[in-house]
Design a protein. Structure first.
Length: 284
């Protein structure tokens, strides 16, 4: 017992055991960083970004989701969120930093303080993001906007098509890798139809909305009356996509966990094809 006490005392006096410093010739781990910027369809609680960062990248990737609800290609910069993103882009220690850029939902008309002109401002904003990311030594990747899930007589209503096409055009002009999430998500949602697509929302649809979906036509979740169902009015996306974090509710834009997982998988597969150097960092 006396010898044991002496040994324990010596350990206490010696203090904590420190981890050994690496040998001078030990190579540093090779790591990449992926930064996400965009609107609520990318952001935490409402977008595909959390699933992508949480389940589709390896531990050799730092994945930072800086997308914010209600932001367009214009007000994301105007409110200085882009300055924060650029600090992440410039952060050292990584072999390569990639920045995924997805805007369009809030660039549409009818959203004061957010809307941008499709012919002039929107493409100019995308080009400026690309140029500044490249100037910082990182690689920009443009992402076309995620489709909404509204139907009329069994046909998906494509109100984001022009913004997706402008994004494609900018990517081609500047030779930027492109993830055509709009095309992939539009095809998938059209094939599954409104009833199956409703499961991607944050909350289950109200009974009247679920019943209307069986007819092939979606109705605004905010007006689930018999009159609304009969008239099948168009959803006011400016009203249901307010500034700030998406609230837990049913709509045809934002994503719950199942929707986030589904579309994050599409983004991952498209990213692996668009940027082969990233494949070893991705989990399909």
């Amino acid at each position: 017992m006396k010898k044991l006490a002496i040994c324990l005392a010596s350990l206490v006096l010696a203090g904590p055991v420190l981890a050994a410093d690496p040998a001078p010739d030990t190579p540093r781990p090779r790591m990449a960083k992926i930064v996400l910027i965009g609107d609520s369809t990318v952001a935490v609680q409402g977008g595909w970004g959390p699933s992508f960062c949480g389940y589709h990248v390896t531990s050799a990737v730092a994945c930072v989701n800086l997308a914010k609800g209600g932001r367009s290609s214009g007000n994301y910069r105007a409110e200085r969120s882009w300055e924060i993103a650029m600090e992440e882009v410039k952060g050292g220690g990584f072999d390569k930093t990639y920045v995924l850029i997805q805007f369009g939902h809030n660039d549409q008309p009818g959203k004061p303080g957010r809307s941008t002109d499709l012919a002039t401002e929107f493409p100019a904003n995308l080009k400026r993001y690309v140029e500044e990311i490249r100037a910082a030594g990182a690689e920009p990747i443009l992402v076309t906007p995620l489709t909404r899930r509204q139907f009329k007589e069994g046909v998906l209503q494509d109100d984001l098509g022009p913004w997706a096409e402008t994004t494609r055009r900018v990517a081609a002009e500047l030779k930027v890798p492109l993830i055509d999430l709009h095309a992939r998500s539009r095809q998938a949602v059209q094939e599954m139809g409104p009833t199956q697509a409703n499961r991607f929302a944050q909350m289950p649809p109200p009974p009247e909305v679920a019943a209307a979906a069986l007819t092939g036509t979606t109705i605004p979740a905010s007006k689930p009356s018999d009159a609304a169902a009969a008239q099948t009015p168009a959803q006011n996306n400016a009203a249901v996509e307010p500034m700030g974090q998406a609230k837990l509710s049913f709509d045809y834009t934002h994503l719950g966990r199942e929707g986030a997982d589904y579309f994050a998988t599409i983004v991952t597969k498209e990213l692996a094809d668009a940027v082969p150097a990233l494949r070893r960092f991705l989990i399909p």
